[in-house]
Design a protein around this ligand. Sequence first.
Ligand SMILES: [Zn+2]
Ligand SMILES: [Zn+2]
Length: 99
Amino acid sequence: MISKPVPLYSAPLRKRCPVCGFTSYSAEGIHPQCAAEQADAERLAEYKRAPKPVKPKSTSGLHAWQRLCRKCKAVVHVRKTICQCGHILTATKRDSGGP
Ligand SMILES: [Zn+2]
Ligand SMILES: [Zn+2]
């Protein structure tokens, strides 16, 4: 009686899914759902890498309702006429052009 020949390639090394670490039987060695997850993670990483619009600090660009005291360089509200340092804030440019 002749026993069955041992196949040259025994059970192929089962690949491990690089995502979840569990054995995968698929040809790619990765679970389809894990592959999708990985692709999703890459997309997410790409999204995170993208530069976010940063709000400009009020140090240089003043808001419309803010003005800078010429004396102490403090940011003062436009409605205020006197700065915290005591400097009297001049009227808005709109008014300085009159006769
Ligand atoms: Zn997996
Ligand atoms: Zn001031």
